[in-house]
Every structure is written in structure tokens, then in C-alpha cells.
Design a protein around this ligand. Structure first.
Ligand code: ATP
Ligand code: FE
Length: 355
């Protein structure tokens, strides 16, 4: 029976219904606009907006799928990591629905959901067999993960300061662009000449695959300092945007190259997260994978950023994997939302001795 999934870990209120084979029966996303005047996500506003939107959105998603709630076989929600207020709202609505219907509730790790998205049927030609390397680059996360199986993830490296999307958003702010900054920086970079604005590439060539963006951000601020008290000429802004974007693409490509060295059995490179929408970055990753004889896949934009389809799919993969191991069906009613939920804790769900 179909699974209804809820995503409310940040500023997108999303709901989706998937058939057991992963076919998307309906999906709805509401991107909260209440944060725009603040130039970033305000947790309290986010939680209240999820609360206001979610019940109606669940009903609309059921209507869009043409299904009565009684047709659902399970209800899933991301319960971490993320902003705790929103997670509590999503988990509360999901658990309430599951209890009312007498169906299992599946708590989904948001990062795991990003990690498994590539396995949605039809997304990657030939499927996405394990093991593969996942680059997760979003507003809150920047890491390389070896995806070895459902519940089996190894973090190879991550950012030691800002996430890549955070860097895009901060540079956008410095350039006087709106929020979220990634798409605005990318658009401005298209008309810019990066040559007069050389910028550093922190950690480039270093062993391992950790990321660092704060030195790059500071360097951008220094280039902009002479314009602090006057108008910023558009060619300057565009040139710096282009140079910054090149630097990010260089940094990420170098780090991912190292991650692939650390994971010689990888069969595929997958990028996910909002920054994976960046065309310059995608082109670099595609070239990098091709040079190694590996396919490169990035889910379509709507499945790259926060969405509920990935939550539903992760729930389906979890239920399947437990079934294959002969474990009782998952039911996470007692599991509480968690602002942090490290991926290495997911293996416990498939530990037969703990069941
Ligand atoms: P989380 O980290 O929990 O997934 P999030 O809401 O920040 O949360 P996403 O929705 O996946 O994550 O991504 C949003 C980020 O992606 C923002 O920082 C935004 O600036 C960045 N982004 C979106 N489009 C682009 C783009 N074309 N180029 C660069 N960055 C982009
Ligand atoms: Fe996310």
C-alpha cells in the first residue's frame, strides 16, 4: 500500500505519496516566504508555518493522489537532523495520522533520505547500485558519504566551517543579492569575468576530503572592502561572483576526487542538496566522474533540495531492508525528533540482535 511522507526539517513544508515500487503518486511543496525579510531561516517562524500548512497540505496531497487516507500502508516523516520545532510538527502530524489509521509510522533520517534519492526507480539509468559516493551540498550540510547499503553509511569527510550553500548565501548577501543566494550568484556569475578577482581554494590538495569555505568568504569580503562606502559596480560584482563560483567548484571537485580515492569500490558519483543545482559545479563533477570511468548523477532540482519524495523513498527502502532480514516491520511511534542524528546510528535498525 502507498506511503505518505512528510518533510519539515527546515523551511520547506513538503508532502508526498509513493507507491511501494517508488512511483510518485502525488507531491506538494510549500517554500516558506516568511524568512525572506530576515535573510535566513528563522526556526520559530519555520515551526509555526509548518504547523499552519501541514494538515491542509496532507489532505491536498491525498486528493492529488486520488486516495482516501485509509488506503495508506504507512506514514513517514523526517525526524532529524534539522530544526527541532519543524521536526516536532512533522513527526506529530505523521504519528497522529499513523495512529488514527492503525498503520506503522516510519521515522526517516533526513540525510539518509538525501543519500538514497538516487535509487528512486527511473532516476539514474541502470539504477544506483551500492556502493556509491554521495556528495551532499546544501545550506546546512557539506559532506562526502560512502553509501554502502540501506542503513550503511560512512562519512568520509565534511566541512570544518561553513556549508557550501551557506557560503553562497553569505557571498550573495555581501554582493547585495537576495536570499537564498545560490541561484542569484549563479545568474550574476554568468556575465562576470573572474580573471581580475583571484580567490583562494582552502584545503585544496590536502589529504582527505574535508571542506573549508570560511577563508574564501573572507577573501571575497576583502575584495569588496574598497566598495564598502559606495556603489558596487555591476561588472565588479559579477566578476567576483564568477570567481567565487569557480573557487567553490574547484574546491568541491578536488575534495570529491580525494573522496573517490578513499572509496575505490564506488560505482557511481551522486550529488544532492540545493548547491548540486549549480551548473558550474555539476559540469565539474560530471567531468571528474567521466575521467574516472564512473557515471555521475544528480537528481532533478526538486528532488535535490528538501522534498518529501525522498523521505517516502527512504521509508520504503527501510521497510524493505528490514523485511529482507526477517525483522519485524518498523514502527517508530516512540522515536523522538532529534536536531542531530548521525548517519552511523542508522545501522542499528537492521541489527537483528537488537530487534
Ligand atoms: P539542509 O541543509 O537541511 O538540506 P537547506 O534547506 O539549506 O537544508 P537545500 O534546500 O537542499 O538545503 O539547499 C538550499 C541551499 O542551496 C541554499 O544555501 C542555496 O543558496 C543553495 N543553492 C540553491 N540553488 C543554488 C545554485 N544554483 N547554486 C548554488 N547554490 C544554490
Ligand atoms: Fe536537506
Amino acid at each position: 500500500a502507498p506511503v505518505l511522507a512528510i518533510e519539515s526539517s527546515c523551511d520547506d513544508t513538503a508532502c508526498a505519496i509513493l507507491a511501494p515500487d517508488g512511483t510518485i503518486l502525488a507531491e506538494t511543496v510549500l517554500s516558506q516566504s516568511g524568512h525572506i525579510p530576515f535573510g535566513g531561516v528563522v526556526p520559530e517562524i519555520a515551526a509555526r508555518a509548518h504547523l499552519a500548512a501541514l494538515p491542509g497540505q496532507v489532505r491536498r496531497t491525498l486528493d492529488a493522489a486520488g486516495l482516501p487516507a485509509e488506503a495508506l500502508g504507512a506514514v513517514a516523516a523526517s525526524t532529524g537532523p534539522g530544526l527541532i520545532g519543524g521536526l516536532i510538527v512533522g513527526a506529530g502530524v505523521g504519528k497522529g495520522l499513523a495512529v488514527a489509521l492503525g498503520r506503522p509510522f516510519v521515522a526517516v533520517n533526513h540525510i539518509e533520505a538525501h543519500a538514497l534519492t538516487a535509487r528512486l526507480p527511473g532516476l539514474v539509468p541502470g539504477g544506483a547500485p551500492f556502493p556509491y559516493l554521495l556528495l551532499l551540498v546544501s545550506g546546512g550540510h557539506c559532506q562526502c558519504i560512502a553509501v554502502e547499503g540501506v542503513g550503511r553509511y560512512r562519512k568520509l569527510g565534511g566541512t570544518i566551517d561553513d556549508a557550501a550553500g551557506e557560503a553562497f548565501d553569505k557571498v550573495a548577501k555581501m554582493l547585495g543579492l537576495g536570499w537564498p543566494g545560490g541561484p542569484a550568484v549563479e545568474a550574476l556569475a554568468r556575465e562576470g569575468d573572474p580573471a581580475p578577482w583571484p580567490l583562494p581554494r582552502p584545503l585544496h590538495g590536502r589529504p582527505g576530503c574535508d571542506f573549508s569555505f570560511s577563508g574564501l568568504k573572507t577573501a571575497v569580503a576583502q575584495k569588496l572592502a574598497p566598495y564598502d562606502n559606495g556603489a558596487l559596480p555591476r561588472p565588479v560584482a559579477a566578476g567576483i561572483a564568477a570567481s567565487f563560483q569557480n573557487a567553490v567548484a574547484d574546491i568541491v571537485a578536488d575534495r570529491v576526487a580525494h573522496a573517490l580515492d578513499m572509496m575505490p569500490d564506488a560505482t557511481l558519483l551522486v550529488a544532492a542538496g540545493g548547491v548540486a543545482a549549480n551548473g558550474a559545479l555539476r559540469a565539474r563533477l560530471d567531468a571528474l566522474a567521466r575521467a574516472r570511468g564512473l557515471p555521475f548523477a544528480a537528481p532533478p532540482l526538486r528532488l535535490c533540495t528538501d522534498n518529501a519524495v525522498m523521505v517516502g523513498w527512504a521509508a520504503i527502502e527501510t521497510m524493505r531492508a528490514r523485511h529482507a532480514l526477517g525483522l519485524p516491520p518498523v514502527d517508530d511511534l516512540a522515536l523522538l525528533p532529534r536536531p542531530r542524528w548521525p548517519l552511523d546510528q542508522m545501522a542499528a535498525r537492521f541489527d537483528a540482535s537488537a530487534a
